[in-house]
Design a binder for this molecule. Structure first.
Ligand SMILES: O=c1ccn([C@@H]2O[C@H](COP(=O)(O)OP(=O)(O)O[C@H]3OC[C@@H](O)[C@H](O)[C@H]3O)[C@@H](O)[C@H]2O)c(=O)[nH]1
Length: 385
């Protein structure tokens, strides 16, 4: 059989014959007409349009009028000036996220509907401590979500328990010497006992916290692309031969002294931060914190301000060590927190000294601690409180 035969037979079968049944040709427009008729007949179109309207309201209007935007945000008046500089939207608004971490990964692209960012996710290690808890207050007030990581060695739950019902707050009991994985945009690394009495109590643990703890948190910053702020200390200058100490001064530090676990530990932490910055591209900020005082400082903190205040209250003699001519500067905790946040949001790595530029001798401090206390005790007695 030749190929021409095959072709011919095929033609035969498809040829129409006058008597054969011929079905009506299909009408493609019926596929459109039928559902429309159905929608109109069953009033389905109305339901469809109403559903679309509800969905539009839910996904567009509701998120911007979320109760959180007002519930936690009214910043105290004393902070209003900083909100203009640190946070693009001012009071009563959510914080405009920086182009860091997760955010930078999304920059340029549209964030899918329903995944709109409302604030930064921030870890504060040591967030239940004296300085950390004030920082947490400010971050929460700004509209960010805060995870506090604290082992409660010197931190206290009471310092942060006023946030327990806030859905943007989480508290994790964790020691930073163990690794931790969290998805965050920024890390404020404060975890370490800061008072000489506390850090000398277990020096091995102190240096481990400064070195291994900082290494772990820098590793986390690298892994999730977070910006990292290290709270270092004025103690990196050791027994300084230069007054006042500028950041370019390298210090005069004893590597084998009783304070070395802290001052050398912090110096190593700074080294680690800079090496992660230069070597792994981690965005770091370094703050060197000078003496700080304020509410939530432990009365048994062991530092000079709390000691003098406690002694004045108990009408005990003040324990001025040495000749009392050594000088220190003292800043209020809210000023420090403002400095930390400005540093984190700014473009400069640091290190930056954060402290009060005016210095006192310890003898002068003993005098200024006594007089206001005497006056306030007198007022309490006069008013009969
Ligand atoms: O009861 C006291 C306590 C302390 N002092 C003296 O007061 C001065 C300040 O001592 P503190 O213990 O308050 O604090 P230090 O300045 O030694 O270190 C502090 O400084 C900066 C922070 O970053 C550190 O975390 C913190 O330890 C020291 O000269 C100390 O000898 C007293 O005279 N009497």
């Amino acid at each position: 059989m030749g190929s021409s035969e095959l072709i011919f037979r095929g033609h035969d079968e498809t040829q129409p014959t006058p008597d054969a049944y011929s079905p009506k040709p299909a009408k493609p427009w019926l596929f459109v007409i039928r559902p429309v008729r159905y929608l109109l007949r069953e009033k389905r179109l109305v339901f469809f349009l109403v559903g679309m309207a509800i969905a539009t309201v839910f996904f567009t209007i509701l998120p911007s009028s979320s109760p959180h935007a007002h519930k936690y945000d009214p910043l105290p008046d004393s902070f209003s000036h900083i909100s203009h500089e640190l946070t693009t939207p001012v009071r009563y608004k959510y914080y405009e996220p920086l182009q860091v971490g997760f955010q930078s990964a999304n920059s340029g692209g549209k964030i899918p509907l329903g995944l709109k960012r409302k604030g930064l996710r921030i870890v504060v290690t040591g967030g239940a401590g004296f300085v950390g808890s004030h920082l947490v207050d400010r971050l929460i007030a700004r509209g960010d979500s805060v995870i506090v990581v604290d082992n409660f060695f010197t931190g206290r739950k009471e310092n942060v328990m006023h946030h327990f019902k806030n859905p943007r707050f989480e508290l994790i009991r964790h020691d930073v010497v163990e690794p931790l994985l969290l998805e965050v945009d920024q890390i404020y690394h404060l975890a370490c006992p800061a008072s000489p009495v506390h850090y000398k109590h277990n020096p091995v643990k102190t240096i481990k916290t400064n070195v291994v703890g900082t290494l772990n948190m820098l590793g986390l910053a690298k892994r999730v692309g977070a910006r990292f702020l290290l709270t270092s200390t004025s103690e990196v200058y050791g027994d300084p031969l230069q007054h006042p100490q500028v950041e370019t001064y390298w210090g005069n530090v004893n590597p084998i002294g009783v304070r070395s676990c802290y001052d050398e530990g912090k110096r190593t932490a700074e080294t680690l931060a800079m090496d992660y910055h230069r070597g792994a591209g981690v965005e770091v900020r370094i703050a060197r914190i000078f003496n700080t005082y304020g509410p939530r400082m432990c009365i048994d903190d062991g530092r000079v301000v709390s000691n003098f205040v406690a002694q004045a209250l108990r009408k005990e003699p003040m324990t001025v060590y040495g000749d009392g001519k050594q000088t220190r500067s003292f800043q209020f905790v809210s000023d420090l927190v403002e400095g930390l946040m400005r540093l984190m949001e700014g473009e400069h790595v640091g290190p930056f000294n954060l402290g009060n530029p005016g210095e006192f001798t310890m003898l002068e401090l003993a005098q200024v601690s006594v007089f206001p206390l005497m006056i306030s005790l007198l007022l309490v007695q006069v008013s009969g409180l």
